[in-house]
Design a binder for this molecule. Structure first.
Ligand SMILES: C=C(O[C@@H]1C=C(C(=O)O)C=C[C@H]1O)C(=O)O
Length: 379
C-alpha cells in the first residue's frame, strides 16, 4: 500500500466534497433570498431534524451515522450563517438601539447603598460631579428607579475580580427592561474600621456586605472568634459602628467610608487580593449606545438545552462572524430546574454588519434573547 496513492485518492474525494459544498451554499443563498422575500425565518428546526435523520439512515455503519450527523449539523449551521449574512445586508437594523452622545450633565443617578459605598465611588468616578446622585436600599430599587423614570441612570456592581459575578444583578438585568450604557471599575481596598481608640483585641463582631466578608476571608480566618454579620452594604456597616458606639464592633469598608463616618482605620489593606477590583455597569431605560461602544452583552436561554451542541451552535454565530467572545456566565432559571440562562459578552459595535449578523442568528435560534447593551469597555 502506498501512502502517496491513498492521499491522492483522499485529495480527489475532497475536491468533489468542496465542489458539492459550494453548490450547496449557492442553493442555500437562493433559499435565503426566498426567505427575505416572504419574511420566513432562516432557521427551520423541523426540516433540519428530518434531514439529519434521513442522512443518518443513508450511512452504512453506526460510526458513520454519528459522523454524518456531526457533518450535517455543521453544514447546516454554516448555511444558516451565510443566510443570516444576506438577511443582514437586506435589512440594516440596530435592534432598536440608537447612537447617542452620552451627554449626562444634570442627570439623576441612583446607586445602591449609602454615601461612601463603593457604588458611590463608581458613580462619582464615572459621572464626575455634574450629576445629581442619590442612594437607594437594594439592587432591585436601582432597577426600579431607572425603569420607572425617577433616575436617568443607575449604577450596579456586576463582578468582583476575586469572588466573581454578583448573581442578583445578573438575574435582575434579565427581569427589567433596562440596558447597559457604560461600565466603570473601582479598585476595592477594604480596611477594618472601628471607633477611634478601639484596639483590634477588643473586637467581637464584624459587619460588612457579604462580598466584603468573602473578599477578606484570609484575614477573617485568623479571627475565628469574631462573629461575622452581613449587612446590605459596606458603608451601612460603617454607619452602624458609628451609631452604636460600641468598641466591640468593627466594619469592613473603604477608607473613604472611615472619613465619612468618623471612624478610624484599625487595619488597612485586608483584602485577600491586592488587585481586588469591582466592575460596575451603568444602566438606562433606553436602548442607546455611544459612538465607539466596543462591548456587547447579551443573554439567552436554549430551547433544547440538553441536546449535544446546542450552546456550541448558538456561540457559532459569534465565531463564524470572527467576533471575540470575552465572557460567558450561566445562571439557573428560577422555577425551572436544571435549566440555565446564559450571559455572553463579546467585542463589537451594534452598527457593524458582523455584529448584526451574529445577533440576528442568536436571536432566532435561542429563546428569551435580550441584548443587554453596547458600551465602551474598561480595560
Ligand atoms: C437551507 C435552509 O435553511 C436552513 C438550513 C438548512 C440546510 O442547510 O439544509 C435547513 C433548514 C434551515 O434551518 C432551508 O430552509 O431549507
Amino acid at each position: 500500500m502506498d501512502l502517496g496513492v491513498l492521499r491522492d485518492q483522499i485529495d480527489d474525494i475532497d475536491k468533489q466534497i468542496i465542489r458539492l459544498f459550494e453548490e450547496r451554499m449557492d442553493v442555500a443563498e437562493q433559499v435565503a433570498r426566498y426567505k427575505i422575500g416572504c419574511g420566513k425565518p432562516v432557521y427551520d428546526p423541523v426540516r433540519e431534524r428530518s434531514k439529519i435523520e434521513r442522512a443518518k439512515d443513508m450511512a452504512t455503519s453506526s460510526f458513520n451515522a454519528r459522523g454524518v450527523e456531526t457533518l450535517f449539523n455543521q453544514l447546516m449551521a454554516i448555511s444558516r450563517v451565510r443566510q443570516y449574512e444576506l438577511v443582514a445586508e437586506a435589512h440594516q437594523d440596530n435592534f432598536g438601539f440608537e447612537e447617542c452622545n452620552g451627554d449626562h450633565v444634570g442627570a439623576k443617578v441612583a446607586f445602591q447603598g449609602v454615601e461612601g459605598a463603593y457604588g458611590h465611588q463608581a458613580t462619582l468616578g464615572y459621572f464626575g460631579k455634574d450629576v445629581e446622585c442619590y442612594h437607594v436600599k437594594t439592587f432591585e430599587d436601582v432597577m426600579k428607579e431607572v425603569h420607572e423614570g425617577r433616575a436617568d441612570y443607575g449604577v450596579l456592581p456586576v463582578e468582583n475580580s476575586s469572588t466573581g459575578i454578583i448573581t442578583d444583578v445578573y438575574d435582575l438585568m434579565h427581569l427589567y427592561d433596562n440596558y447597559i450604557v457604560g461600565e466603570y471599575v473601582v479598585k476595592v481596598e477594604h480596611a477594618l474600621l472601628g471607633l477611634p481608640g478601639t484596639e483590634i483585641d477588643q473586637i467581637k463582631t464584624v459587619y460588612s456586605h457579604p462580598q466584603g466578608l468573602l473578599q477578606c476571608s484570609r484575614f477573617l480566618d485568623e479571627k475565628p472568634e469574631w462573629e461575622q454579620v452581613s449587612l446590605q452594604n459596606t458603608a451601612v456597616s460603617a454607619q452602624k459602628v458609628l451609631v452604636e458606639q460600641d468598641r466591640t464592633q468593627a466594619a469592613i469598608a473603604s477608607p473613604a467610608a472611615a472619613a465619612i463616618y468618623s471612624l478610624s482605620v484599625l487595619k488597612e489593606k485586608i483584602s485577600d487580593n491586592d488587585n481586588n477590583s469591582t466592575r460596575f455597569i451603568i444602566i438606562r431605560h433606553k436602548k442607546e449606545y455611544v459612538k465607539g461602544a466596543d462591548g456587547i452583552s447579551i443573554s439567552f436561554e436554549l430551547a433544547n438545552a440538553h441536546e449535544t451542541g446546542s450552546l456550541y451552535h448558538a456561540l457559532g454565530f459569534i465565531i463564524y462572524n470572527s467576533l471575540n467572545m470575552t465572557k460567558i456566565e450561566s445562571r439557573p432559571i428560577q422555577g425551572d430546574k436544571w435549566r440555565y440562562r446564559f450571559f455572553i459578552d463579546f467585542d463589537g459595535n451594534i452598527g457593524e454588519a458582523p455584529v448584526q449578523d451574529a445577533l440576528r442568528g442568536m436571536a432566532q435560534e435561542t429563546i428569551n434573547f435580550k441584548i443587554l447593551g453596547n458600551y465602551i469597555q474598561v480595560e
